[in-house]
Design a protein around this ligand. Structure first.
Ligand code: LCS
Length: 393
């Protein structure tokens, strides 16, 4: 069906549909590496672009295309490029848009490997970078240089839950003729659509909320315009970091319930955040839905809900954090997020362990920070689990 004028939930169910001669209710898995051409002429025309036929799965595949079309619709973008992981999205963006001597300005407290790959690996190819607190708009303005090509923000940020102002960042980027790239993993298009606020490129680790069942690693890049889409797709094809058809099928399957999963998880998260904020052993809580969050007002302007990620610290610091992590029984002590199960982890020694101690401190990834990804279990059980864990602290 044409989902152009439908609501978000209808798009989640119907926007990815493809023509199928048997009337399959779900998108079939085209588990093939190659596609036969009906004639030599047809094959040649597929290569010149005169025809839109499928050639080879690294380039395009019907199952993957169904997912890409659906994600582009959900993010209000021109087109989407599915990739093998969230990190494949990050590296494809860096490599497609930067050349030796170019500079990127980025949020400091981003997913650790997204920063490490730039500072420790791509710096070898002459890429320059400045990492800073992008909630500070004046600091962002000052960091832009004549050779800056990208303003890259992660909002809310992993793991500090800081919220950068999308509209203000888009204005700075466009005033300087550079691209705004947004990692929208923590919100998903259900809660935040960065293109509506001026972003040029949005990407996701679909390993998280979009797939939502902790059983697939995947990524996607969405662009506002065709020219950047073509640039990124060509880089993805050259790097060979394409998605696999079966992986695409799994994401399509998980995506259908995105809204109801997030509604439920964030309802739980609001209760967990209130519980933590009132607990005598808790020193601080950062959750965009709490009035105490420093960017509470900005989050209300650009997010339709506060999500299900919480960071908090205990008065007893890292020692207490370790006791809590070793005491929880319902929450899994595991990295990742956005699945149906509640997870707890310690960024300073786990997801962000490779960020230097000075940079961790500067970007607020303190030793006492515990990251809590709230799942869709019963809120009372999640809170009871934290309560019994905190008793041992
Ligand atoms: N962007 C964000 C915001 C992420 O949280 C992650 C992974 C990535 C990109 C990379 O995606 P991947 O390649 O893993 O699909 N975040 C993780 C985390 O916080 N714990 O484990 C993985």
């Amino acid at each position: 069906m044409n989902t152009e004028k439908t609501g978000f939930n209808t798009k989640l169910i119907h926007a990815g549909a493809i023509d199928d001669r048997f009337g399959s209710a779900t998108v079939p898995i085209y588990q093939t590496s190659t596609f036969s051409f009906e004639s030599a002429e047809y094959g040649a025309q597929c290569f010149t672009g005169e025809r839109d036929g499928f050639i080879y799965t690294r380039i395009a595949n019907p199952t993957i295309k169904a997912l890409e079309q659906q994600i582009a619709v959900l993010e209000n973008g021109y087109g989407a490029i599915a990739v093998s992981s969230g990190m494949a999205a990050v590296t494809t963006i860096y490599l497609a848009l930067m050349s030796s001597g170019d500079h990127i300005v980025s949020t400091d407290a981003i997913y650790g490997p997204s920063r490490n790959v730039m500072e420790k690996q791509f710096s070898r190819f002459g890429f320059q970078s400045t990492y800073l607190d992008t909630t500070d708009i004046e600091a962002v303005k000052k960091a832009i240089r004549p050779n800056t090509k990208i303003l890259y923000i992660e909002t809310p940020s992993n793991p500090t839950m800081s919220v950068s102002d999308l509209k203000a960042c888009a204005e700075i980027a466009h005033a300087n003729n550079i691209l705004l790239v947004v990692d929208n993993t923590f919100s998903s298009p259900y809660l935040q659509k960065p293109i509506d606020f001026g972003a040029d490129i949005v990407f996701h680790s679909m390993t998280k909320f979009i797939n939502g069942h902790a059983d697939i690693v995947a990524g996607v890049i969405i662009t506002k315009e065709q020219s950047i889409y073509t640039q990124l797709r060509n880089m993805m094809i050259s790097l060979g970091c394409n998605m696999d058809p079966h992986q695409a099928y799994m994401v399509i399957r998980g995506l259908k319930t995105l809204a109801i999963r997030i509604d439920r998880a964030q309802e739980n998260a609001a209760k967990v955040a209130d519980f933590l904020e009132a607990h005598p052993k808790v020193a601080w809580v950062k959750y965009p839905g709490l009035k105490s969050h420093p960017q509470y007002e900005v989050s209300k302007k650009q997010m339709s809900g506060s999500g299900s990620m919480i960071s908090f610290g205990l008065k007893s610091g890292f020692t207490g954090a370790k006791t809590l992590m070793n005491s929880v029984r319902l929450a899994l002590l595991a990295v990742s997020l956005g699945g149906v199960e509640t997870l707890i982890q310690h960024p300073a020694s786990m997801t962000h362990s490779k960020v230097s101690p000075e940079d961790k401190l500067k970007s607020g990834i303190t030793d006492d920070l515990i990251r809590f990804a709230v799942g869709i279990e019963d809120a009372a059980d999640i809170i009871a689990d934290l309560e019994q864990g905190l008793e041992k602290v």
